[in-house]
Ligand binder design. Structure first.
Ligand code: AMP
Length: 503
């Protein structure tokens, strides 16, 4: 089934329900939202776009995003959302790699001259060509699509090397959405999805559940993440749900502290995409109350591997509360999760290995990348590249990606454990731990620390010795004003390793 059926259905059942908002201003109800999508779909079809073709969106978050996205689906084509914050060369590379037949951009000139995509038409939002598309007689229904047809070509964030294009089918997106209702949160027509993170990724993937239930979709006026604006919008618009990377949650909490706010109007913050440290989620809970759900996923198994429920996060009386906060929760309903050793044998609870996942939400494969496909999908299991262990109750704890593991004196050290320890010091605001080559130990532990105030390395040593084994204590601290991060807020450990080489 074409996921755009959900839009068509909601628009017929509740045409006047408020749908798209720019800040607090309503831009479209559901009838208008579906009409715009149908018009763009018809205009794409008139330009020769047909089932299976790719159409790219290189756009910042905006109220045009969802009508364009659904317009592509109405035509039966596959959307290629590209993060609007990427450099135009990166966007041009993705466009060329995807084989997109057309690109929607905010600025028509931006991709020209990059050399990669000559001949591919670019339609700028706000241009006459775009207005003509919106004025086309709309398709009454989305084109039929099968479960295995590609609907979203998801380019991984690529913290190392070139991004890969994970083909997400209609069936993948439906499985992800149904799991959201089962494992993450319920959604009603009084709710609103707030897009504070890029709509090309996690935040955008959560549009489907909100479309199905006829909820509102709010794009902040800033088009992105401004903590003060989010807190204000939540108060004004109420029942807000949003996806946020842990670094965004931290900034939101500190903005609320400064403003004396308590997150009024926020219903749910789903966090994931990177490690949330225990000290940070405790502070977030103390400030906002039980509004948090965690998910663990990756582009290849979108938003859907495990979830840590609102109840688990809030249940501070539970004897395993802290361990659960440090975990990423239990397998989502549709996902099977195993921990495998290096030869693919499943490991028992407590033992650390690579996390493998299987289920109807797992991508059909990477586009044009047989080598990566062979390495990543093994006997039907998606090899995530993440290391972790399950406990007896099925809670999964991540232990850094295999390549981030530090091996010092022949012993494995998981950076996350050292980072958690250092973050308990009140003057440490952010930290990232990596391994540096060392002639004596093989590797030594190095901590990059962002401090809030004056801080002696001796104090950090003390904190470590009180919480973790001596051999895990960093041998070197590097104080920095901030950590290098990609557009999704993930710390770029590769860049830290490079910096260290130059020091
Ligand atoms: P991407 O495909 O760009 O979304 O990146 C997915 C990767 O982000 C995963 O393979 C994990 O390494 C990391 N990740 C996602 N969710 C979490 C989480 N809840 N906690 C820690 N790391 C996460």
């Amino acid at each position: 089934m074409n996921p755009a059926e959900w839009l068509a259905r909601t628009a017929r059942a509740r045409p006047e329900a408020p749908a798209l908002f720019h800040g607090t201003a309503q831009v479209a109800d559901y009838a208008d939202f579906a009409r715009r999508a149908g018009s763009i779909g018809a205009a794409l079809a008139a330009r020769g776009i047909k089932a299976g073709d790719k159409v790219a969106l290189f756009l910042p978050n905006s109220v045009d995003y969802l009508p364009i996205f659904y317009g592509i689906l109405y035509a039966g084509a596959c959307a290629v959302p590209i993060n609007g914050k990427l450099h135009e060369r990166e966007a041009a590379w993705i466009t060329a790699h995807s084989g997109a037949k057309l690109v929607f951009t905010a600025d028509p000139g931006v991709l020209r001259g990059t050399g990669d995509i000559d001949g591919v038409p670019c339609i700028a939002t706000g241009s006459d060509a775009f207005d003509d598309m919106l004025a086309t007689a709309p398709l009454p229904w989305p084109a039929p699509m099968a479960q295995t047809d590609p609907a979203w070509l998801f380019y991984t964030s690529g913290t190392t090397g070139r991004p890969k294009g994970a083909l997400l089918s209609c069936g993948n997106l439906m499985a992800m959405s149904l799991s959201y209702f089962a494992d993450v949160d319920d959604v009603s027509d009084r709710d609103a999805a707030l897009y504070a993170a890029p709509m090309s990724h996690g935040a955008g993937l959560y549009n489907f559940v909100h479309v199905l239930r006829g909820a509102r979709h709010i794009v902040p006026e800033s088009g992105g993440f401004d903590p003060g604006e989010i807190l204000r919008l939540a108060q004004q618009m109420r029942n807000i749900s949003m996806f946020a990377a842990p670094t965004m949650v931290k900034r939101l909490v500190s903005a609320a502290h400064s403003a004396g706010a308590d997150g009024e109007g926020i219903k749910t913050i789903v966090y994931g995409g990177g490690p949330m440290y225990v000290a940070d989620i405790k502070q977030a809970l103390a400030t906002f109350g039980p509004k948090f759900v965690q998910i663990y996923g990756q582009g290849e198994s979108p938003m859907t591997i495990t979830a840590l429920s609102r109840a688990d996060i809030a249940n501070s009386d539970h004897p395993d509360w802290e361990a659960r906060l440090a975990s990423v929760g239990q397998a989502q309903s549709v996902a099977e999760v195993r921990i495998l050793d290096t030869d693919g044998t499943p490991l028992p609870p407590g033992e650390i290995g690579e996390i493998a996942v299987r289920g109807p939400q797992v991508m059909t494969g990477y586009l044009d990348n047989p080598d990566a496909n062979a390495k990543t999908i093994v006997d039907g299991w998606l090899m995530t590249g993440d290391m972790g262990h399950l406990d007896e109750g099925g809670y999964l704890t991540l232990h850094d990606r295999a390549k981030d593991l530090v091996i010092s004196g022949g012993t494995n050290i998981y950076p996350r454990e050292v980072e958690e320890a250092l973050l308990t010091h009140p003057a440490v605001s952010e930290v990232s731990v990596i391994g540096a080559p060392d002639p004596e130990w093989g590797e030594i532990v190095v901590a990059f620390v962002v401090a809030d105030g004056p801080l002696e390395t001796g104090e950090l040593d003390e904190v470590c010795t009180s919480l973790i084994a001596r051999f895990k204590k960093p041998k070197r601290y590097v104080f920095v004003s901030d950590l290098p991060k990609n557009n999704y807020g993930k710390v770029l450990k590769t860049e830290l390793r490079e910096r260290l080489k130059e020091m």
